[in-house]
Design a protein around this ligand. Structure first.
Ligand SMILES: Nc1ncnc2c1ncn2[C@@H]1O[C@H](COP(=O)(O)OP(=O)(O)OP(=O)(O)O)[C@@H](O)[C@H]1O
Length: 248
């Protein structure tokens, strides 16, 4: 069996008296789509932000490819192959879709100066065009992102995370606010990206049909702790999970 891409061990984070994450351990394998579900306030976002270097955990370790990455900055993690999407859109509404992708890659390259003042392409155009085709947004590539529907902006937002060719992408509620008719398309797209780019994903999502269809394994968090980790079939059949979460 291959070594895990990501290994999280004993992660803890408290906000005052609130133990948001209370000792969480899990592994994500290369090429795996790993779902994270749980009720509101169960610590999913806090765990995510700890892995992404956005907050510093109180305890625990995070390893990427066997290297300790605990406490590294989001930029440093991005350079090491960790990308993310946010719950809320991060696109620049007044820039074209294609320029949004170019900016996302320049950000990965790390220079705020180049991000603000580089010429439109900087050699990244081919990458942007490949993603534009893969995301089937060629017909809107030169439109201002702010003029697109929310669902299309969400696609641009996801595409931006892939400009840096990450080995691991953390997706925070990719279906939130998206018209139900587009949810299947996002799932298909993520499966294609998983195959064609052989990346690993961690996906937080409340849409159970989406998670069960997309993910290879799922972790259920309740009150800051791991209640279960298993295949979608195992999670669906887990009585404790049904009682605490899915059965509601
Ligand atoms: N910055 C913060 N300051 C204080 N408490 C916080 C902060 N962030 C999160 N919490 C608390 O930590 C707990 C876990 O929150 P978290 O956002 O990680 O849960 P979640 O599972 O992502 O929830 P949701 O599904 O609603 O996004 C909650 O009780 C929340 O109120």
């Amino acid at each position: 069996m291959s070594a895990p891409l990501l290994k999280v061990t004993g992660l803890k984070k408290a906000y005052g008296a609130i133990q948001a994450v209370g000792g969480v351990s899990f592994e994500v394998m290369p090429g795996e789509i790993f779902g994270v579900i749980g009720p509101n306030g169960s610590g999913k976002t806090t765990m995510f932000n700890s892995v992404l270097g956005q907050i510093t955990p109180n305890e625990g370790s995070i390893e990427l490819n066997g290297q300790n990455i605990t406490g590294l900055s989001p930029l440093e993690l991005n350079r090491r192959g960790v990308g993310r999407t946010f719950q809320t859109l991060q696109v620049f509404g007044k820039m074209s879709v294609r320029d949004n992708l170019l900016v996302a890659a320049q950000e990965h390259q790390g220079s705020m100066f180049s991000r603000m003042f580089a010429p439109g392409d900087s050699g990244l155009g081919a990458k942007a065009d490949a993603l534009i085709d893969q995301f089937r947004i060629r017909h809107v590539a030169h439109k201002k992102a702010g003029e697109l529907s929310y669902g299309q902006q969400k696609l641009v937002d996801i595409a931006m995370a892939f400009m840096s060719e990450p080995a691991l992408v953390l997706l925070d509620e990719p279906c939130a606010g998206v018209n139900p008719s587009l949810v299947g398309g996002i799932s298909t797209l993520l499966k294609e990206l998983n195959q064609s780019r052989s990346g690993s994903f961690i996906v937080i999502e409340h849409n159970m049909d989406f998670v069960m269809d997309l993910c290879h394994r799922i972790m259920v968090m309740v009150e800051g702790k791991v209640m279960a980790i298993g295949t979608p079939a195992e999670i669906r059949a887990n009585k404790q999970v049904l009682d605490a979460y899915l059965g509601n």
